[in-house]
Ligand binder design. Structure first.
Ligand SMILES: N[C@@H](CCSC[C@H]1O[C@@H](n2cnc3c(=O)[nH]cnc32)[C@H](O)[C@@H]1O)C(=O)O
Ligand SMILES: [Zn+2]
Length: 429
């Protein structure tokens, strides 16, 4: 199958490239050619006039089934929100609920230009099934909490996910191990997970230093900062690690992360809404730490439109530094694409438009009052575009949305399922 996208403004997101008008040839699941003018025959042609083509966005931190909990308990502090609302609601969720909640998030992500995501949750078999069906690319993790017991069952589920799904769905699914956070993982189980991840050659996905409260709790328990705690457990020695949040890091903490494999998912909308603070994004980047963007679950962020994260990320750093030149448009776009792909360990496949990479790309319709005229495409992509401007979403060479119509998800059925399920889940909370 060959698809030719013609006469489109191409933003490759490669360091050395600048936007240019041209054609893109997709053959099977890969980008076969990118050029100002192609003359190839194709089975399908897409007229790209008035559109911008860019790499699909990478959402580096998600809890997809939490879409069922959006708007249910806003304006609370993180620990109250988590312990009193989210965890009891999660206890009421059946595997089928998880499947539909995950699908709801995927519908929203495809609609707003996200092509891959990193997910940490429960009932991962159902999430993986939804990924296989919707056609997205994902890195999946069973969250591991070791508070009231040794987490044995959770560990078994984590390994079951790896065994069943790593490398599956045409290679679109990969897996990580997911010790949930410093405050839910005591030293012994944390070290066990680290050792296992090293033996199995799996990356690790974990929350870090999201709130001031967390810093206090870890100080009381271990007389360390959360970053020190992970460092001394050996997390940054060999493993590829995806750290979510990393809001409250001091200079020494950033030093511990320096040179690590993997990096940080910055989730500014969730941090803003939960009043967590402003992550030291520019300081981390200056130390060579890779920083990508994520939404966190819709339970906290409400919407999972990565274009909102793009705006929030750059606005926050500009405000924090009192300097509009920090995190310029191009850099924040790279965070949402290639840097995120590095975090998911899929940068050999995704994150830029390049011949030989998988065809994960989006077309953005610029024929809108808020996106005309076009002086600098990259500036408009950051400060102007929102998720609803995405016209077409392609993952692994397959078109998942065209002219804003979803092709792998039946939305009518989806909305029916989620409204009934969402009601039931929160009934007694
Ligand atoms: N609670 C599960 C395991 C963790 S899955 C991932 C967890 O992260 C939780 N979560 C979602 N957003 C956040 C956040 O911002 N910080 C910390 N945890 C979060 C979410 O509610 C979910 O429980 C169990 O008992 O087996
Ligand atoms: Zn999270």
């Amino acid at each position: 199958m060959k698809t030719l996208i013609e006469n489109v403004v191409i933003v490759t997101m490669k360091e050395e490239d600048r936007p240019y008008r041209g054609d893109i040839l997709i053959e099977g699941d890969v980008i076969k050619a990118l050029s100002p003018h192609l003359t190839d025959e194709a089975d399908e042609r897409i007229d790209g006039d008035g559109m911008v083509a860019m790499p699909g966005l990478v959402n580096a931190h998600q809890h997809t089934p939490m879409s069922l909990l959006k708007g249910f308990s806003d304006d609370l502090k993180l620990m109250d929100w988590l312990n009193e609302k989210m965890l009891p609601a999660e206890a009421n969720m059946t595997p089928e609920d998880i499947y539909w909640g995950a699908k709801l998030s995927m519908a929203e992500m495809i609609r707003s230009g996200t092509t891959s995501f990193a997910d940490m949750y429960i009932h991962m078999n159902e999430i993986a099934t939804a990924v296989a069906e919707t056609g997205m690319r994902a890195s999946l993790t069973r969250g591991l909490v070791f508070l009231e017991n040794d987490g044995g069952r959770r560990m078994e589920e984590a390994l079951d996910l790896v065994e069943r799904w790593n490398g599956r769905a045409d290679g679109r699914i990969t897996t990580m191990l997911g010790p949930h956070a410093p405050y839910t993982c005591p030293p012994d189980p944390l070290r066990r997970v680290i050792k296992l991840a090293e033996e199995m050659n799996l990356p690790v996905h974990i929350h870090l230093a999201e709130t001031k409260e967390e810093v206090m709790v870890i100080r009381e328990k271990y007389n360390e900062t959360p970053a020190e705690y992970l460092y001394h457990a050996g997390l940054f020695e060999r493993l590829h690690v995806l750290l979510a949040h990393s809001v409250h890091l001091n200079r020494r903490d950033i030093g511990y992360l320096k040179g690590m494999r993997g990096g940080v998912s910055h989730n500014p909308v969730s941090n803003l809404k939960l009043g967590c603070g402003i992550a030291p994004v520019v300081d981390m980047i200056n130390q060579g730490i890779i920083v990508g963007l994520g939404t966190d679950g819709s339970g906290s962020a409400t919407t999972i439109d990565m274009f909102e994260e793009i705006k929030a990320a750059t606005w926050l750093q500009k405000l924090d530094y009192g300097d509009p030149s920090v995190l310029p448009a191009r850099q924040v776009l790279r965070m949402a694409t290639i840097e995120g792909a590095k975090l998911l360990n899929i940068d050999h496949q995704a994150g830029t438009l390049e011949v030989g990479k998988k065809a994960d790309l989006i077309l953005i319709d610029m024929k809108k009052p808020h996106l005309q005229p076009i002086h600098q495409v990259e500036s408009l992509l950051v400060y102007g575009v929102n998720g609803a401007d995405v016209d077409t979403t392609i993952v692994n060479g397959k078109v998942l949305m065209r002219n804003r119509k979803l092709l792998t998800i039946n939305e009518e059925e989806l909305f029916k399922q989620v409204s009934v399920r969402a009601q039931r889940i929160v009934e007694n909370i």
